[in-house]
Design a binder for this molecule. Sequence first.
Ligand SMILES: [Zn+2]
Ligand SMILES: [Zn+2]
Ligand SMILES: [Zn+2]
Ligand SMILES: [Zn+2]
Length: 329
Amino acid sequence: MDDFKLCFICGGRNSFSTNCKTCSQPCCQLCISLHKTPSLCKIISKYGSHLTCLSETCEIHGGLEYCFFCMQCSTKTCKECYASHSNHTILRLQKAVKQIKETFQNHKHILQARQYDAIKVIEDTPRKYTELTDTEMKIEEEVIKWDKAIFKISNALQITLSDDRNKIEEIAEKAEETRTEIGDAIKNLIAMEKINFELTFLALWSGYSNDLTMLEKNDVELGIPKRKTFKSNLGDISDIRNLFGFLWSEGTKFGSSEIQTSEKKIPGAKRTDDIDQLSQRFSHSVTVTDETDKKRHSKHKGIVQAKQALEKEVTELEIEIKDTLKSKQ
Ligand SMILES: [Zn+2]
Ligand SMILES: [Zn+2]
Ligand SMILES: [Zn+2]
Ligand SMILES: [Zn+2]
């Protein structure tokens, strides 16, 4: 009789029982094969603490048989315990088991859906990882693009400044030569003032006046490059995020079918145009101011007036000489 222990699987005492080698629970000969699937022994081991009370009778109510199950409290009740679960769903043991097992299909569906989600996340991970790496590379490419564009603009500006530096050096050399020539011209003027013989004076003047005109032209300043300053547009970087770009979230979560790809939704100018805009803004930012323009103009005007006055005087002198010569004849 001792060998007819309660079988943990079928609940019967109908055969010679044995203990499972894995979970050590008693089991009949008919059910022992089920222990060969590892999950059954595993579940017995995991929830084994719940198996300690397999009593079929109520200890509180003097050995009354447990014939009901409270679905809310997940506990067995005898006819007397029943009263303390007044608003609960109380079912006979067999019916409770049947009803619980009926929900298993639904649990399976939910778990399979969760499993599918998990598999999808695992499967999608390499693709998502690659996408993130690609995005990172795009940002780096953009940085290089900007870097190149700015470097190109910077180079052009530097070349202009370098040209200007060379030019003003050349002009300074030329001015040095001119200064010497002007010094000579002034000496010549002083010398010519002393010539009183009209014919000599006029003969010399016809040669000298051209040189004087050339010297008075002041073409030195005409070639001086305009004054330039650099205004950096990067002083105000508040709009740099729109110009450079930002991370655009597609859809609401991984695997979402709602993917927004419209380029138009990205605020600001199209990114391909940004570099051009940037370079345009840079080229405009080099302001050219010319404070010497007016000064030079008035100086030039003064020279022209002086020359005209001198020519007038010479013309008058010529007429006077001709008249004198005529009167002598
Ligand atoms: Zn059994
Ligand atoms: Zn077992
Ligand atoms: Zn209850
Ligand atoms: Zn009871």
